[in-house]
Design a protein around this ligand. Structure first.
Ligand code: IVH
Length: 633
C-alpha cells in the first residue's frame, strides 16, 4: 500500500514535469514535442490521479496553472489586467453535449428543468497562432502584450506596430483592450521558408512556429518584412461597454477597424453545431491561415459572470479540436520490406495511434538514407502523418524526448525473405535484393501486374500469395494458364467455383486492355502510367518498342537516360522475352488501337456538309510530335 502511494506520487511528479516541459516548448519556443491529443491525454491522466489522491494536489500543477512562462524572455514584463486564460479542449460531439449540459446546469442550479433552457452558442475558428492583448487609449494603440504565463506577458508593442492589419488608430476615440491571434498567412509562410532554404537558414516547422519566432524578434524591421496578420476575437469588458451578445461586440470591433475572421456561426442547438463542425472540417483547408479547431462561445454576455472560470479556462467557452494531421507515437521497431523490384524499404512498427480517423500501426520510412538524414532511432517518439491522406509516413523524431535508451536502426545485409546478400545500386539510395527468384519480389510483381491501373484482374494479394505458394503462379504469364487448372482451383479451400469463374473471366477480359496498360503492367523499372502511355503511342506495338536502340528511345520527348537504358535492357533479357512471348501467344493486347482515318475520309471526299450545333469532339491538334491535322479553311 505504502509502496503504491510512493509510485503514484512519482507518477504524478513525472507527468507534471513532462507537461511543464511541453508547455515551455509550446508557449516559449512555439514548438510541439507531442500532438495535442497526446498532451490532453497526459493532462487528463494527471487530473484523474490528483482527484483520486488529493493529498498530492499542488498549486503549481499544470492542471491548475495556465501553461507557458517567461524563462527566455528578452522583453519588458507586463501584468495583464485580467488573466489571459486558455480553453479546455474537446475532440467529439459527445464532449460538446457534456459542455452544453454543464452550462445549463450552472445556469439553472435551482431549476429541475435545466436541460430545456435555451442557450445560444457562437462557433468561431480557433486560430493556430500566438495570442495577443492590445490596449488602446482614446482610440490610439498604446501597448501590446503576449500571453506569457497568463498573468504576466511580454511587451511587444514595437513589433506589433509593424503589422499592417492591426489598426494604430481606431474609428472612435475609445479606451479598450482587445485580444486576438497573430498568424502568418500560409502563402507568406511558404515563401518565407523557400527564401530561408535558399539562403541556407533553418526552416520554420509550421506557421505558428514562424509567427511566434517573428513576434519575439528584437529587430522590428524584420517583423515588418514578414507580413504577419492579426485576427481579433475578443473585446474585454464588453458587457460593461453596453453589449448584450458576443456577436454584437465582434461587429463593433469590425466597425472600429479590426480585422476578424468574419466567421461567427450562431448555433441554437448542439445538433446544428454538429453540422457546422462537419462543414468547417473540410472548409478549413481553403483558408489562408491555419486553424486547429473551433471555439464554441456562449453568445449572451450576461451569462459569463454566472458561468465563471476555473484557474485555467472560462466556463462560457470550449474548443473543439480538429483531428490532427500529424500525431506523435512511439517507434517500437523497424522491419524491412522487399518490393517487386527488390527495393528494401524500412517500415516503422508503431505503438497504435489514430490518424485522420483510422488506427495506424505501421508507417513508411522510405529508405535507409532518409532514416539517417532524419536521425530516427528505435524507441523515439515520432511525428507521423498520412501523406495525401492515405499512406502514413514518419515525419521526424522528437529528439528532445530521448532518454538514452534509443537504439540505432541497422540496415540488413541480407534479404529478409530469401536471405541473399543485398546490394546498394550505384547512385541510388536503395538497398536491393538482386535474387530474381526472391519470393517477395515475385509476389510484388504479380500484385502490380493485376492491379487496377494495370491488367485490372480481380483477386488481390491473398489469392496471389496462395497461388504462388501452391505453385500455380511462377511468372506473370501463368495467369493466362490458370484456366487449364480450373478443376484443381475449384477444389481449393475457401474458393468456390463461382469465385474461380469470376477470376478466370476477369483474366480473359484483361487480354483486351489498352497497350499502354499492358506496358505499364510489365513492371519495367521507371515505366509508370505516364511513360506507359507515352511509349505505347510512340511505338504503336511492342515489336517496335523491343527493337528500339537507346538513341531512338532518347529522341522521344519525355524519355531520359535512366528510362531509355531500363527499357532497352528489359528487351535484351532472355527471360523477359520468353514471358512476353507467352503473354502474346495467350492473346494479351500489345498494340495501339488505330482508327484508319483515311478509310473514313474517302467516304466524305467531294461532298459538302452544313454543320450545325456545337462542335465538341474535334479539336485542332497542336503541331509537334502528334499527327498533323490540316485544314483548308
Ligand atoms: S477566445 C479565455 N477565440 O486559443 C479564452 N481564443 O487554447 C479566450 N484562440 O489562448 C480566448 N482562436 O490564443 C478565443 N476564436 C478564438 C480563438 C482563440 C484561437 C486561442 C487563444 C487562446 C487559446 C486557448
Amino acid at each position: 500500500m505504502i509502496k503504491d502511494k510512493k509510485n503514484i506520487k512519482a507518477e504524478i511528479e513525472k507527468i507534471r514535469e513532462d507537461l511543464h516541459r511541453h508547455n515551455y516548448y509550446y508557449y516559449e519556443k512555439n514548438e510541439s514535442l507531442i500532438s495535442d491529443v497526446e498532451y490532453d491525454k497526459l493532462l487528463k491522466k494527471l487530473e484523474e490521479l490528483e482527484a483520486g489522491n488529493p493529498e498530492y494536489k499542488s498549486k503549481n500543477s499544470p492542471t491548475v496553472v495556465v501553461g507557458g512562462g517567461l524563462k527566455d524572455s528578452k522583453f519588458t514584463k507586463v501584468t495583464h489586467k485580467k488573466p489571459m486564460l486558455s480553453l479546455s479542449n474537446t475532440y467529439n460531439l459527445g464532449d460538446l453535449e457534456d459542455f452544453d449540459k454543464r452550462v445549463k446546469r450552472i445556469l439553472n442550479k435551482d431549476s429541475i428543468e435545466n436541460e430545456n433552457t435555451q442557450v445560444d452558442y457562437i462557433l468561431e475558428l480557433k486560430l493556430d497562432g500566438i495570442s495577443i492583448s492590445i490596449h488602446y487609449e482614446d482610440g490610439r494603440l498604446i501597448q501590446a502584450v503576449t500571453r506569457g504565463d497568463g498573468k504576466v506577458g511580454e511587451d511587444v508593442t514595437e513589433n506589433i506596430m509593424q503589422i499592417s492589419s492591426i489598426p494604430k488608430y481606431l474609428k472612435k476615440n475609445v479606451s479598450i483592450e482587445v485580444r486576438g491571434e497573430i498568424v502568418l498567412p500560409l502563402t507568406e509562410f511558404e515563401s518565407l521558408n523557400k527564401k530561408r532554404l535558399e539562403s541556407g537558414k533553418e526552416i520554420f516547422a509550421n506557421p505558428r512556429n514562424a509567427a511566434g519566432g517573428t513576434l519575439r524578434q528584437k529587430d522590428a524591421v524584420i517583423v515588418g518584412q514578414r507580413n504577419l496578420d492579426a485576427y481579433i476575437y475578443y473585446l474585454a469588458d464588453s458587457e460593461e461597454l453596453g453589449f448584450e451578445t458576443h456577436i454584437e461586440s465582434i461587429k463593433y470591433l469590425e466597425y472600429l477597424g479590426f480585422k476578424t475572421t468574419k466567421i461567427y456561426d450562431l448555433c441554437e442547438t448542439i445538433e446544428y453545431l454538429g453540422t457546422r463542425i462537419e462543414y468547417w472540417e473540410k472548409e478549413r483547408n481553403n483558408l489562408d491561415y491555419e486553424t486547429d479547431g473551433l471555439v464554441i462561445k456562449v453568445n449572451n454576455l450576461s451569462l459569463y459572470d454566472e458561468l465563471g472560470a476555473t484557474t485555467k479556462a472560462p466556463r462560457w467557452a470550449i474548443s473543439y479540436k480538429f483531428p490532427a494531421k500529424q500525431v506523435t507515437t512511439k517507434l517500437l521497431d523497424v522491419t524491412w520490406q522487399v518490393g517487386r523490384t527488390g527495393k528494401i524499404t524500412p517500415v516503422a512498427e508503431l505503438e497504435a495511434v489514430e490518424v485522420s480517423g483510422s488506427m495506424v500501426r505501421r508507417a513508411s520510412l522510405h529508405n535507409y538514407d532518409e532514416v539517417l538524414r532524419k536521425d530516427i532511432k528505435i524507441g523515439d517518439t515520432v511525428f507521423i502523418e498520412k501523406a495525401a491522406e492515405i499512406i502514413p509516413q514518419v515525419i521526424k523524431p522528437v529528439k528532445e524526448l530521448r532518454d538514452g535508451t534509443e537504439k540505432e536502426i541497422v540496415p540488413p545485409t541480407n534479404c529478409p525473405v530469401c536471405n541473399s546478400i543485398l546490394e546498394k545500386e550505384e547512385g541510388l539510395v536503395n538497398l536491393k535484393c538482386m535474387n530474381p527468384h526472391c519470393r517477395a519480389k515475385l509476389q510484388g510483381k504479380m500484385e502490380y501486374f493485376i492491379s487496377r491501373d494495370a491488367m485490372n484482374i480481380i483477386g488481390g494479394a491473398k489469392i496471389v500469395e496462395k497461388f504462388i505458394e501452391l505453385g500455380f503462379l511462377k511468372e506473370i504469364s501463368d495467369f493466362y494458364e490458370l484456366h487449364l487448372k480450373k478443376d484443381e482451383l475449384e477444389k481449393l479451400d475457401n474458393l468456390g467455383s463461382k469465385s474461380i469463374e469470376k477470376l478466370l473471366s476477369s483474366i480473359e477480359e484483361s487480354k483486351k486492355i489498352d497497350y499502354s496498360k499492358t506496358l505499364y503492367a510489365l513492371g519495367i523499372p521507371f515505366v509508370g502510367k505516364f511513360l506507359g502511355g507515352l511509349l505505347s503511342r510512340e511505338s504503336k506495338n511492342i515489336e517496335n518498342l523491343a527493337v528500339m536502340e537507346v538513341e531512338e528511345l532518347l529522341s522521344i520527348d519525355g524519355v531520359g537516360e535512366k528510362v531509355a537504358q531500363s527499357v532497352y535492357g528489359y528487351f535484351r533479357d532472355e527471360d523477359n522475352m520468353r514471358i512476353l512471348k507467352k503473354l502474346k501467344d495467350a492473346g494479351v493486347n500489345f498494340e495501339i488501337e488505330e482508327v484508319d482515318e483515311r478509310a473514313h475520309l474517302e467516304e466524305f471526299v467531294g461532298k459538302t456538309f452544313l454543320a450545325t450545333g456545337k462542335l465538341i469532339h474535334f479539336k485542332r491538334q497542336k503541331s509537334g510530335r502528334t499527327r498533323e491535322c490540316k485544314s483548308s479553311h
